[in-house]
Ligand binder design. Structure first.
Ligand code: 4AD
Ligand code: MG
Length: 479
């Protein structure tokens, strides 16, 4: 007989029908010759209750129905007398597909997140990780659907690259060289001409630069793929391997870019509320009591659009009024997470899109704001900054901080080249990129959304290691 998924069996009302379900035992209890098994097959957070009669099911089988065991049950679907479930199964026969003894690491309830990371190969079988992973899947579907419906093309950018998009140098090298026998030139620099690609290569930190090639041909593209950063930041928000979504659009200005960022995030959050109700209700009850309310409130708010210079003014005023910050926040400083969270969680109490960042800590490719004779610059809606600024547009979220990093791109060949030279960047790997500005350059803009940061927000989880099946962080590449 064909297996019915638990999610379908629970919705089915053809009582009396004979069905087969298969799954893993979450618990078994019983009394007076009748036993009850909570069975889960991953298709839903909900378990289906199996009712067994010890007079019907052989004793040696009943004994082997232990927590974690995998079983197949054939029986009759009946209306359940128990509260909170529509149907259950009266078992006619049970087959043990896989035994599970008492060394099973997920035996006891209430294991810590830290402990569960050490058994990441099994934690998808817990309620919480099942919920997170189904939500993760649904968010990926939301993203592809959003872009497909809005006329963006899914564009595949390489994972192995010879260029460094963010210019931060936090890259993992890719080589087939024998590391014990590296050939070097007279200055002691490693020679790569005999390496696999004939030059030094790394895993990509962003698909943006190639994404711009797509956007300036197809009009609007997005990437959705793994991204690698060898930054040694051991925080609850950073992974060495994460997934990034990077839309890139021709003919988009700063205001339209912010519209896209806001619309896109809201679409994803709405999708979660519409498609992941059971899993969200579980997480709202067990992990974060304010979760569903927070998701709903993001949908109802207009995001604040705030020039960096104005943000600094608000932070300095707060400090004057006695708010303590660990890190300085003078004009020109990169904002620390505490600053972002103050603005989002305390001052505005809603998401903030920050614009017009100082050139000093933003990437070379961002559009430069018009400079004033006194060395300042003019940005979003005529806002004046005391120094050179660029049209970055990062989205800052409650409890997450930066969820999106984006910008309008510098479309002028001369200005972009000037910036590359000013930063003394290695030109050898950027000529192809500059060609977009040389041949039919166009205004364009885009952003990168960290997939796991979105999942953190949507699940209410606190640590990014717990929203990806197998996290990669400094010192950990297990599983
Ligand atoms: O702000 P970032 O570095 O921007 C870029 O890479 C641009 N090239 C994107 C673009 O404009 N196409 O990264 C974008 C986002 C961040 O806002 C954050 O959500 C996420 O990627 N991110 C990380 N997520 C997890 N672990 C890390 N180590 C991350 N670094 C960035
Ligand atoms: Mg960023």
């Amino acid at each position: 007989m064909k297996r019915t998924k638990v999610t379908d069996a629970l919705k089915c009302t053809s009582y009396g029908e004979q069905i087969v379900v298969k799954g893993w035992v979450r618990s078994k209890r019983g009394s007076k010759g009748i036993f009850f098994v909570a069975l889960n097959d991953g298709s839903t957070i909900k378990n289906i209750q199996i009712v067994g009669d010890e007079a019907k099911i052989p004793e040696d089988i009943v004994k082997r129905i232990t927590t974690g065991a995998c079983i197949s049950v054939e029986g009759r679907l009946v209306e359940s007398p128990a509260a909170g479930q529509a149907s259950e199964i009266q078992a006619d026969s049970i087959e043990i597909l896989g035994d599970c003894d008492n060394t099973y690491p997920l035996q006891k309830k209430g294991a810590s997140w830290e402990y569960l990371r050490t058994v990441a190969h099994l934690r998808p079988r817990t309620n919480t990780f099942g919920a997170i992973l189904r939500i993760r899947h649904n968010m990926a579907m939301a993203i592809h659907t959003y872009f497909h419906e809005h006329g963006f093309f899914y564009f595949h950018t390489p994972l192995i690259t010879a260029s460094d998009c963010e210019g931060a140098g936090n890259m993992f090298q890719v080589t087939t060289k024998n590391l014990y026998d590296l050939k070097k030139d007279e200055q002691g620099r490693i020679l790569y001409n005999d390496d696999f690609f004939g030059e030094q290569t790394s895993l990509t930190v962003s698909g943006q630069l190639e994404g711009e090639l797509g956007a300036t041909a197809l009009g609007a593209i997005y990437t959705f793929g793994p991204t690698f950063r060898a930054e040694n930041s051991n925080t609850p928000r950073h992974l060495a391997e994460f997934w990034m979504i990077e839309p890139e659009v021709a003919f988009l200005d700063q205001e339209e870019l912010m519209d896209l960022e806001e619309d896109f995030i809201k679409y994803c959050v709405r999708w979660a509320l519409d498609h992941c109700q059971d899993d969200l209700e579980f997480l709202n009850k067990m992990v974060d009591k304010g979760l569903i309310e927070r998701l709903q409130s993001v949908l109802n708010e207009d995001f604040v659009r705030l020039p960096y210079t104005e943000g600094i003014r608000i932070l300095q005023e707060a400090r004057k009024n006695g708010r303590k910050f660990e890190f300085p926040c003078e004009w020109g400083d990169d904002l620390a997470s505490e600053h972002e969270r103050y603005l989002v969680e305390e001052h505005f109490r809603k998401p903030v899109i920050m614009t017009d960042y100082p050139r000093a800590f933003k990437s070379f490719y961002m559009k430069q704001n018009e400079e004033t004779p006194d060395g300042g610059s003019v940005g979003y809606k005529g806002a004046v900054a005391p120094g050179p600024t660029m049209q970055g547009t990062d989205v800052l979220f409650p409890s997450i901080g930066e969820i999106i990093g984006g910008s309008v791109r510098e479309a002028s060949y001369e200005k972009l080249l000037g910036e590359i030279e000013r930063r003394q960047m290695d030109m050898t790997h950027l000529n192809w990129y500059l060609d977009t500005r040389k041949y039919g350059s166009c205004p364009h803009a885009g952003f990168g959304l960290g997939f796991e940061r979105l999942i953190l927000f949507v699940t209410g989880m606190q640590n990014i290691r717990d929203v990806i099946p197998f996290p990669r962080t400094p010192g950990n590449a297990q599983f």
